[in-house]
Ligand binder design. Structure first.
Ligand SMILES: Nc1ncnc2c1ncn2[C@@H]1O[C@H](COP(=O)(O)OP(=O)(O)OP(=O)(O)O)[C@@H](O)[C@H]1O
Ligand SMILES: [Mg+2]
Length: 391
């Protein structure tokens, strides 16, 4: 798939921007704080309806503005689709999605229209940090592959939030409403059928692929990288029944702790290198290779399942990679529309079929983008594009 046009309005430090990116590699270079990552963040919004670095939508609205919007026109299997996101934190409808200019009823309607994989220096957290980062990796992957998964996850999270709210009230001394707890546990258990089955299945695919990528990047046959789904259940039979039974069993303890201690929101992916837990034993280089392998595997799974490559967003990763890893990554991205940010354009010298953009901060503090070709600014007739409707 390809983004044919991208538009931003009062998004972070962009007042107004319209861009017709190259179908190959797009290099965004410029000083720190100029707005390079902000542009990738806008693409991420158009794919997932949210940022990759904050869960607070208000933060992306340009200082002093009341609303932010970003939109893309995507070409996919010969068809075109417009996806736009409008954020109005002060209003009752805080987030609105537009598909081909029509307002969508639900965020889930946009899932899969634009698929993206993002690489950033924070990817090392996939190995180093706690389970939530790895769960997010799985959820982002599956939500873009299956609307059913996204909806199931939303339902689960809502019911979980409700159960936790009740537990907090009980801890404060409120009467224990058993019927209400029953209802929320039932609502948590139902979507687990979809969530657990899909997590199992996709992880098998990702793990096989990541192990292969790791071997190829490291060049060491004896180092076996393995990913294993740490499921909250012991078997896949009657998943909702098992979840319900376990939630009920844990009620007393959960009331005491005022939170839900069991469920798919506690699951993890175990990462090992030749049988040893990576977080404890792996070197910096090995961690870097593992994180990169996981992301490349994600890209591959998208390709296998949809027959199309997703959009790749590479935020500041090139300078962090040694020559072997950089070459490997560049091989993988041939034929994939990619947006790469860097502070020094020379980091990307080996890239072909590319377009470079210089990102800078204007006098009024807003970002400006200039297309550059071999050090010269290009004067190009603006491309006619259909902009997503922001109003
Ligand atoms: N809501 C907002 N309104 C206006 N400006 C904002 C907003 N949020 C962030 N900024 C500005 O955006 C800039 C940061 O942009 P961004 O993270 O894209 O930088 P970058 O070019 O990726 O830098 P680096 O090379 O350091 O990663 C900062 O100058 C920050 O002040
Ligand atoms: Mg940045």
């Amino acid at each position: 798939m390809i983004i044919e046009s991208l538009k931003l309005h009062d998004f972070r430090n962009y007042e107004e921007l319209t861009l017709a990116p190259h179908p190959g590699i797009n290099i965004l270079f410029g000083q720190n704080g100029s707005g390079k990552t902000n542009l990738l963040e806008a693409v991420h919004y158009c794919a997932l309806g949210r940022s990759h670095r904050t869960s607070i939508d208000r933060e992306v609205v340009r200082k002093g503005a009341a609303m932010a919007a970003c939109g893309v026109q995507v070409r996919k299997s010969g068809l075109k689709v417009d996806v736009a996101v409008k954020l109005t934190p002060g209003e009752s409808r805080k987030k609105q999605i537009f598909l081909d200019r029509k307002r969508a009823d639900r965020i889930s309607d946009m899932m899969g229209k634009l698929q993206c994989v993002i690489f950033s220096p924070e990817d090392l957290m996939l190995v180093k940090e706690g389970p939530s980062v790895r769960r997010r990796f799985l959820d982002m992957l599956l939500s873009q592959l299956s609307t059913g998964y996204f909806v199931a996850l939303q339902q689960y999270n809502k019911a979980l939030e409700q159960r936790n709210a009740i537990l907090k009230e009980i801890k404060k001394g409120a009467h224990c409403d058993v019927a209400m707890l029953d209802a929320f546990e039932e609502a948590m258990a139902r979507p687990c059928q979809t969530i657990v089955t899909m997590r199992h299945k996709v992880l098998e695919q990702v793990a096989a692929c990541a192990a292969e990528k790791y071997r190829a990047i490291s060049g060491r046959e004896q180092e076996i990288f393995s990913m294993r789904y740490v499921c909250c259940l012991h078997s896949l039979e009657d998943i909702p029944g098992q979840v319900k039974a376990q939630l009920r069993k844990n009620r007393q303890e959960d009331m005491f702790r005022a939170t839900t201690t069991f469920g798919i929101h506690r699951e993890d992916i175990a990462l090992t290198l030749s049988g040893r837990e990576m977080k404890l034993f792996a070197s910096q280089g090995q961690i870097r290779t593992a994180a990169l392998s996981m992301k490349l595997a994600q890209l591959e799974v998208f390709r296998q399942q949809t027959g199309e490559a997703p959009i790749l967003l590479l935020d500041d990763v090139m300078s962090e990679l040694d020559m072997t890893r950089r070459t490997r990554l560049l091989e993988e991205i041939s034929g994939v529309q990619t947006f790469i940010t860097c502070t020094d354009e020379s980091d990307l010298e080996g890239c072909r079929e590319r377009r470079s953009y210089h990102v800078s901060m204007g006098e009024n503090g807003s970002a400006a983008i200039k297309e550059i070709s071999q050090g010269e600014q290009v004067h190009r007739t603006p491309v006619e594009i259909t902009d997503p409707d922001f109003t």
